[in-house]
Write a protein that binds this ligand. Sequence first.
Ligand SMILES: Cc1cc2nc3c(=O)[nH]c(=O)nc-3n(C[C@H](O)[C@H](O)[C@H](O)COP(=O)(O)OP(=O)(O)OC[C@H]3O[C@@H](n4cnc5c(N)ncnc54)[C@H](O)[C@@H]3O)c2cc1C
Length: 583
Amino acid sequence: MKVHYHSYDAVIVGAGGAGLRAAIEVAGKVKTAVITKLYPTRSHTGAAQGGMCAALSNVEEDYWEWHAFDTVKGSDYLGDQPAIDIMCKEAIDAVIDLEHFGMAFSRTPEGRIDQRRFGGHTRNHGEAPVRRSCYAADRTGHMILQTLYQQCVARDVTFFNEFQVFDILFDESTGERKAAGIVAYELSTGDLHVFVSKGVLFATGGYGKMFRISSNAHTLTGDGPGLLFRKQIPIQDLEFYQFHPTGIYGFGILLSEAARGEGGILRNGSGERFMERVAPTVKDLAPRDMVSRAIHAEIRQGRGAGPDKDYVYLDLTHLPPEQIDAKLPDISDFARTYLGIEPKTQPIPIQPTAHYAMGGIPTNVDGEVLVDSNETILPGLYAAGECACVSVHGANRLGTNSLLDIVVFGRRGGKAMAEYVAKVPHPEVARGVETPVRERIQALKDANGTMKVGELRTNLQQTMTLNASVVRTQESLEEALTTIQTIKKQYNDIAIDDKGEVFNYDLVEALELGHLLDLAEAFVIGALARKESRGAHWRDDFPTRDDQNWMTHTLAYRQEDGSVRLDYKPVKGGKYQPMERKY
Ligand SMILES: Cc1cc2nc3c(=O)[nH]c(=O)nc-3n(C[C@H](O)[C@H](O)[C@H](O)COP(=O)(O)OP(=O)(O)OC[C@H]3O[C@@H](n4cnc5c(N)ncnc54)[C@H](O)[C@@H]3O)c2cc1C
């Protein structure tokens, strides 16, 4: 295995929206490398459909303060209000920046950026849904990703595509731990690359592949949080995982909430619009945690559709066909391709699908990684995007707030990293730092165990979907934990078939599964400990929110012996006091 050494000021891991937006900020200022396991424009940001919100007031009266209120209430009061204020305020400039970068937004007849409705976004503190989401048909993420990538190319950003990061390096020569680079594996050759760098920003996206029914791409395996977790960096709020109400039945492929923003309706097996009962004011545009739970309840109480009564319908048949063609072209095609259904004339079978990680690597509003409950910064280490937890989404993210999060905090993280690396010396890294990675790869290739990666991953996904999804209990979580711990033991006895050097996905998937298992275990331990229901974390055995004891963020640490320790830190308050969440 050949080893190559590189020296940079700043390394960005990930080329989705967060990584690219950070790169734009750093490029031209300091020597920067962007390292990505996928070709940049294949990042999951490109799959985002419905939109990115900002209180532009282009089509209806709106203010960033209304947006902030909705985000706090949507988060079930677990979001940190100072960070939410920043995101909602900076949203407006973030959209205008994208427009100046050349982004092709959908327009009003007057040529302004058009806006549409999305769940939980309201006018004047909950009166009625408001048009706040900027969009490009139902391919908003694709447009954002292409736009940001072109800007990076124009700025001569150096990309290392199809390089998978396996490890982080630290410089501890001064007694203080500082980021010092990463070790990456070049997929096309099997060579190792050591990038020594003063700053490292993780933007590796989510980890939805720990669930069987998921909207996430196969590559969303939590590599960034996973490898930092192994270096005793805590991961925050893992138990808060969002289930999007409208995944295609049986597949989990997403049908954007924009479908309901454009007027789509959810109906149960007998055709009833059940969201009228659950959220009388905003109905189908309630936040995702509430809608997913409502669907779960319809199915559990025998009001589902189909032979097994295990799905409900997304009904677009009352919408003008031209509107479907213009505003929802991609998701209509998904319904045709995967279910053979014509959405203009037939309702679409859907079920909640694992979608978005509210939790992640703890950071402050400048993307600096925080390593304990006193918010101690680890110098030189940054995170942004879905892999990070600022926390602006708290216990439940509102639709279109993630594309916003990645550009706002990608920019802030990149800016802070550029300033930091300009004033610190180059880190000390000994030759041979890649040895642990090299040994791990060799051990995997030499292993002649009996277990297969694919099988273990399926078992993990099944238990998570069954026992740790929309609704949980002590019993179901204990069941999940036992299964995960069994799989972790079996994981020590895996063997891979491909022993080669070129595009060895057998090898990388084995390492990815290691991250998924670690994160799933900490997720379930955090969920067991949290004896309340808040946002996406619903415990049937503790069905109320407990602000007295649980206005806290969970921090999960992996200890030297591999066990998980939990700690907590308080939520940062602001103008809005916790209220009952009615919509
Ligand atoms: C189907 C779908 C639709 C969505 N629609 C919307 C929407 O309409 N509005 C909205 O606000 N949000 C939406 N979301 C959520 C939003 O798209 C994501 O949260 C967001 O795009 C994540 O961006 P990111 O830059 O953090 O990560 P990603 O775009 O996932 O990029 C991750 C990057 O990290 C790299 N990477 C990962 N691991 C490694 C490693 N080990 N080594 C090197 N590189 C690595 C990958 O190559 C990739 O470049 C949607 C999500 C999905 C799945």
